[in-house]
Design a protein around this ligand. Structure first.
Ligand code: PLP
Length: 341
């Protein structure tokens, strides 16, 4: 059985494991004040091209989203997200449990536009309703689409005009930035959003997300928020060591590019076999639509999510490739699929 279920089925890139082993007996300060974390933060600032941002390393995506969003919002304020957004459907109400409503927005492709946000603002006009304040987007999105620079510029302008906070969940930012359709650089992001995170967990790290806070007013006391939410790790060094290794050279981008290449191989070959897709997704997640009987056959050899029923006889499946996906397994999947067709 080979898995295309997600991009965290494997452990960590060997270079990360080596870095952890090599530093194992070094004595360090706790709670993110160790030399590795301090160095990783400096390196990330260099890569981002901004020394005036605050960077905090956390262990997972849900933890990062709930810590950041609850810290950024006042009690009566709400987040807005695409209905497919991860915070809405897949985080067990973690944001809501901090007291903030999430206003759900239907979209075509998982991406928010100013027009979507305008509708929400127009229907939330006074103190008898929550106040929409934070725009949650993810790049890539839950359905594999990516934001182009111009789309983010438009969101930025709208947020500025309406005093909104723009927050980008970057659990799969590596894949988005390495997409063949991407026109955004890592260094563009801090001037377009107020805060974002760079996902390590789904791109070769054992665990770890690097939260970058760009807007000054959101920075204050963030370490208190981290501690209160259980996100300030005594052995924070483990996160620092991993991000140091990912960004020491091009490893972070090389790993994401590999995942994308594997997805591209699947996309191209399935396309040649005239298999339709639920959505355009130029990243490491693809959503081919297949006959249900064929899906059952494939499940004998491969694991993947059945994403959505399309009609009585067809469903979309989600295939996710990772930094560690093997090319021969992708080729074998394509061969098996062609035989079944
Ligand atoms: C876009 C996005 N954000 C956040 C998360 C949550 O990450 P975690 O499972 O580490 O809490 C995921 C997980 O799949 C995700 O895809």
């Amino acid at each position: 059985m080979y898995s295309f279920k997600n991009d965290y089925s494997e452990g960590a890139h060997p270079r990360i494991l080596n870095a952890l082993v090599e530093s194992n007996f070094e004595q360090e300060e706790g709670y993110g004040e160790d030399r590795f974390t301090l160095k990783a933060v400096e390196l990330l600032k260099e890569r981002i091209g901004r020394t005036d941002v605050d960077i905090h390393l956390l262990s997972g995506g849900t933890q990062t989203n709930l810590t950041a969003i609850s810290a950024f919002l006042r009690p009566h304020e709400a987040a807005m997200a695409a209905s497919t957004g991860h915070i809405l459907g897949h985080e067990t109400g973690a944001i809501e449990a901090t007291g903030h409503k999430i206003l759900s927005i239907e979209t075509e492709d998982g991406k928010l536009t100013p027009a979507h946000l305008r509708t929400v603002l127009d229907t939330h006009s006074d103190e008898h309703m929550v106040k929409p304040k934070l725009v949650y987007i993810s790049n890539s999105t839950e359905i594999g689409s990516i934001y182009l620079k111009n789309e983010l510029v438009q969101l930025r302008e709208f947020c500025d005009e309406n005093q909104l906070i723009l927050y980008m969940d970057g659990a799969r930012l590596g894949s988005a930035l390495c997409s063949s359709e991407n026109d955004l650089m890592l260094s563009d992001i801090p001037r377009l959003v107020d805060a974002f995170y760079i996902g390590g967990t789904k791109n070769g790290a054992l665990i770890g997300e690097a939260l970058v806070i760009c807007r000054d007013s959101l920075k204050e006391d963030f370490r208190y928020h981290l501690k209160q939410k259980g996100a300030l790790l005594a052995k924070g060094r483990l996160l620092g060591i991993q991000f140091l290794e990912l960004f020491r050279d091009n490893l972070f981008f090389d790993l994401a590019a590999h995942a994308n290449r594997m997805a591209e191989m699947l996309r191209t070959e399935l396309g040649k076999a005239k298999i339709p897709f639920l959505t355009e997704s130029p990243s490491n997640q693809i959503f081919p639509i297949l006959p249900n009987a064929l899906i059952t056959e494939l499940q004998g050899k491969y694991s993947f999510h059945v994403w959505e029923q399309v009609d009585a006889d067809h469903s979309a499946i989600r295939l996710v490739t990772s930094w560690a996906t093997k090319e021969d397994k992708v080729a074998a999947f394509i061969e098996d699929l062609k035989k079944l067709i």
